[in-house]
Design a protein around this ligand. Structure first.
Ligand code: SF4
Ligand code: SF4
Length: 384
């Protein structure tokens, strides 16, 4: 079957951040130094070559960009300054846009103005919606109790509705990823048993990011781990313990201690990451895409307003706490409905899935190699 090429693929990827793909002359230094480049996933030279040749569908079906953790060793060793690490990062952004059936990722990654505009519109709609709800159902001076401006029971229903919407978007896009990278491939077949055997890899890589630790940058890995653990803790608190989190003004240490630790983790990790991007003191932080900034700034904003409304409530300042809470939700909703499914946060879902799919693919390729050719003994003797 003829393979269609896209001669403008390099230009397309440039819109996702990669700038120097054309400089690559395929010496292979980058693949030699990459700690994660092993058969059957050899990179980043191979994806660089596919890009230059315009093999769009091959790249769309590839998992290699997800196996890279942007340690930057390849970029440091590249004699042509072709920035293969940055190219892999840009390919991940491009792949997110290919998995997304709505086309919003493509729009947001290619235009920071569109992403920022969508975030602002969503924030304003959220603010107006919450204020209207509050003024018609409660008293702005009251944070909790029967006259609460934003009763935790109503917010709880809203949070779960958001979670369902978010899950639907992400699931649809994850299914597309699975189709592109595993199920739709004609050259491999993955038995159901392999799926069942390997499914543990998804939570394993989600919670440990263990391949990142193998990159040799333990500090970066630790910061990511703090961010992930804090985010998951906060998510569990909000989805399952919201009433206890918002009750007060007494501090319920059994619950609130987890919130304080998660908040400290989120704020600390955001500051460390933002500082690295401002100082550009690592290969991975030398170049920042607009989505990198939006992700960190939004997360910092949400964390700070979250703890601030909590402090104001405990201080007996009901009105200030309610206003801050509305401001907090004006960050939370755009973050969950725009950033998570359509931008940088989507990494959280796709990367552990990619580890699982890579394992399935490697196993299927190995099984294919071992499989008898199907030729009869005389035929094989003839070939020999
Ligand atoms: S990206 Fe650089 S190191 Fe890698 S193959 Fe190309 S020229 Fe060589
Ligand atoms: S940035 Fe690191 S993990 Fe990614 S391709 Fe380069 S050497 Fe490999």
């Amino acid at each position: 079957m003829p393979i269609r090429v896209n001669p403008k693929l390099v230009n397309e990827i440039e819109r996702y951040g990669a700038e120097d793909v054309s400089k690559c002359y395929h010496c292979g230094n980058c693949s030699a130094v990459c700690p994660h480049s092993t058969q059957p996933f050899v990179f980043p030279r191979a994806p660089m070559r596919l890009l230059q040749m315009g093999f769009e569908s091959k790249l769309q079906n590839s998992l290699e960009p997800w196996l890279c953790y942007y340690c930057g060793q390849c970029s440091e060793q590249c004699p042509r300054d072709a920035e293969p690490g940055e190219t892999m990062m840009s390919l991940r952004r491009w792949l997110i846009s290919r998995y997304d059936f709505t086309g919003l990722s493509r729009l947001f990654y290619r235009s920071w103005k569109a992403e920022l505009g969508a975030l602002l519109i969503m924030a304003v709609l959220t603010g107006v919606g919450f204020l209207l709800w509050g003024f018609t159902h409660g008293d702005i001076r009251s944070y909790d109790g029967p006259n609460a401006f934003l009763a935790s029971s109503a917010v709880h229903i809203f949070d779960w509705t958001m979670a369902v919407v978010l899950t639907l978007f992400l699931t649809a896009n994850c299914v597309r990823m699975w189709w592109f990278t595993v199920a739709g491939r004609k050259d491999i077949s993955v038995p159901l048993l392999s799926y069942l055997r390997g499914v543990y890899l998804i939570p394993l890589h989600f919670f440990t990011q263990k391949r990142y630790a193998e990159c040799g940058h333990k500090t970066s890995w630790a910061v990511h781990m703090v961010l992930m653990a804090s985010y998951v803790t906060m998510f569990v608190l909000i989805m399952f313990f919201l009433h206890a989190v918002q009750a007060g003004p007494e501090i319920n240490w059994n619950v609130h201690i987890f919130g304080y630790l998660a908040t400290a983790g989120l704020i600390g990790a955001c500051i460390v990451m933002l500082r690295a991007r401002v100082k550009k003191d690592h290969v991975w932080s030398e170049r920042s895409h607009a989505s990198d900034w939006m992700f960190l700034v939004l997360l910092l904003y949400v964390s700070v307003t979250g703890i601030l409304q909590h402090i104001l409530h405990r201080s007996g300042l009901g009105m200030a706490a309610n206003i801050t809470y509305v401001c907090h939700m004006m960050g939370v909703v755009p973050m969950l409905l725009i950033e998570v499914p359509f931008s940088k946060w989507a990494h959280m879902a796709y990367r552990p899935l990619a580890m699982f799919f890579a394992d399935l693919t490697a196993e299927a390729l190995l099984a294919k190699e071992k499989k008898p050719s199907g030729l009869s003994s005389p035929q094989l003797a003839e070939i020999g």
